[in-house]
Ligand binder design. Structure first.
Ligand code: UDX
Ligand code: ADP
Length: 478
């Protein structure tokens, strides 16, 4: 078996996964021409932008990789079918959000974009084409892709296809590092030559022992399982955080103590405002849906509880903010520091800030939201509420505040967000929030003022010295 030599790659989908992944492949494999295609013209234009700070995805290190490869062997285009026709290998890297209606609504993945891609490949491909599933997909999706491709040439013909699963394990904010030095690369498939062709691409920079070959279904299921296990750790530690608060223990101490057990390990034990991001909730709900479908309701319930705990935990944080502020936040100003689902990304998909801010707005709060990377119009879409003008902190309550209507505005600086606020709530662990000068910030706030640190980023002593009241995730009052 000689694996086919891959000279041209086309990746369908120029999002958080497709863009960075292809940039690194192009950077590491200069002999391969890589084109990322998307139906979204604005996105493609942004990937082609002269100014690298305008790339549509913010990832540390991405600009340098794109600068090296773009125009040489990395291209961004909207000519989807033309690029498929020219490719030896096509990656499918489109969005697969949870379905919002119809069969499996709220749980199953919406595969309409994946199916549309499969049909585009069936129509446009030439010669032998290896099709690689990169998007997170439910188990047995490859089967659907395979049948669409097989139906394209019912009588055989000059074209042929091999389908592989190659799930992405990159985490946002560390995508480039995760791609350049992955723990493992997983390739699932039935056709050994196709598997080796893809393995040869990765072998340009990944040691062979880190390239795992499995069957298609194992590969698809491994992705869901990895995310389910990671999310489960977060729900576990957050459940213990709530228990710590009730009992006087400190979740950071508990996490350190259990993390030194080599069987448990220290990673992913950081209590916080709950997990967000495009993968965890979606993948678990997918798993839940599939378990029910395959007649395993107890297994489905087990995994569903991981998501339920996460949702409960976020409502819990909003509720305790209200309780600490004398049981009402109506008309009060609250500063929200951080809207992204974690630091070093501009992504807000499933961000804990969305649920917590919505709860506080529902209570009539006036939110000043600060995030170093998230655009105000994104926050507007997430909160389903247009931004208002930032009111003058000196000039008493606004009409909205007096009528009990929740409003929000975006603050370009932390100082602006805190002006006149009764409380500040830290929801994303941006580096900048670790070194805030609380002595200088405290006088800007209305006293008695609170700091709610859901990410364990501030120094409790500095906050106390500034005369501010302090709550921290998972810290009981001993
Ligand atoms: C995740 C997986 O890590 C990655 O392998 C997969 O390919 C996609 O999904 P991502 O969503 O980018 O990546 O971020 P991750 O770093 O895993 O964090 C997810 C959420 O968990 C964030 O909201 C983060 O703040 C939270 N988290 C993470 C915690 O609350 N505590 C922790 O200890 C770790
Ligand atoms: P991910 O986080 O999985 O990368 P994104 O939503 O960031 O998801 O990106 C997916 C991209 O796929 C979007 O830019 C979208 O326009 C693109 N896309 C979806 N369907 C198609 C399709 N049929 N052809 C080309 N591009 C598509």
């Amino acid at each position: 078996m000689t694996p086919p030599l891959i000279r041209t790659i086309c990746c369908i989908g120029a999002g958080y996964v497709g863009g960075p992944t292809m940039a690194v492949i192009a950077d590491r494999c200069p002999a391969v021409q890589v084109t990322v295609v998307d139906i979204n013209q604005a996105r493609i234009d942004a990937w082609n932008a002269e100014d690298l700070s305008k790339l549509p995805v913010y990832e540390p290190g991405l600009d340098a990789v794109v600068a090296r490869a773009r125009g040489r062997n990395l291209h961004f285009s909207t000519a989807v079918e033309e690029q498929i026709a020219a490719a030896d290998m096509v990656f499918i890297s489109v969005n697969t959000p949870t379905k919002t209606k119809g069969l499996g609504a709220g749980q199953a993945s919406d595969l309409r974009w994946v199916e549309a891609c499969a049909r585009s490949v069936a129509k446009a491909a030439t010669g032998h084409t290896i099709v690689v599933e990169k998007s997170t997909l439910p188990v047995r999706t490859a089967e659907a892709v395979q049948s669409i491709l097989a139906a394209a040439d019912p009588n055989g013909g000059a074209r042929s296809f091999s389908v592989l699963s190659n799930p992405e394990f990159l985490a946002e904010g560390t995508a480039i590092r995760d791609l350049e030095a992955p723990d493992r690369v997983l390739i699932g498939g039935e056709d050994p030559a196709a598997i080796e062709a893809l393995a040869a691409i990765y072998a340009s920079w990944v040691p062979d022992e880190r390239i795992l070959r499995t069957n298609l279904w194992s590969s698809e299921l491994s992705k869901l399982t990895a995310n389910a296990f990671l999310a489960q750790r977060i729900s576990s530690i957050n459940s213990i955080a709530a228990f710590c608060e009730a009992t006087g223990a400190d979740v950071r101490e508990v996490a350190r103590a259990i993390g030194t057990d080599s069987r448990i390990g220290p990673k992913f034990l950081q209590a916080g405002p709950g997990f967000g991001g495009s993968c965890f909730q979606k993948d678990i709900l997918n798993l839940v849906y599939l378990c029910r479908h395959f007649g395993l309701p107890e297994v489905a319930d087990y995994w569903e509880s991981v998501v339920q705990l996460n949702t409960w935990h976020q409502h819990r944080i909003a509720k305790l903010v209200v309780q600490k502020l004398f049981g009402t936040v109506t008309g009060k100003r609250l500063a929200i520091l951080g809207f992204a689902f974690k630091a070093d990304t501009n992504d807000t998909r499933e961000a804990p800030a969305i649920r917590i801010c919505r709860d506080l707005l529902e209570e009539g709060a006036q939110l000043a939201i600060h995030d170093p990377k998230v655009e105000p119009d994104q926050i507007e879409r997430d909160l389903r509420l247009p931004a208002s003008e930032a009111p003058d902190a000196e000039a008493g309550p606004t009409r909205a505040a007096l009528s009990g209507e929740g409003t929000w505005w975006s603050s370009a600086a932390v100082e602006d967000a805190l002006a006149g606020a009764d409380a500040v709530l830290i929801l994303t662990e941006w580096q900048h929030y670790r070194s805030l000068d609380w002595a200088a910030l405290a006088p800007l706030m209305r006293q008695p003022a609170w700091v709610f640190d859901a990410r364990s980023v501030v120094d409790p002593a500095a906050v106390a010295a500034a005369g501010l009241k302090f709550w921290r995730i998972g810290e009981g009052q001993a």
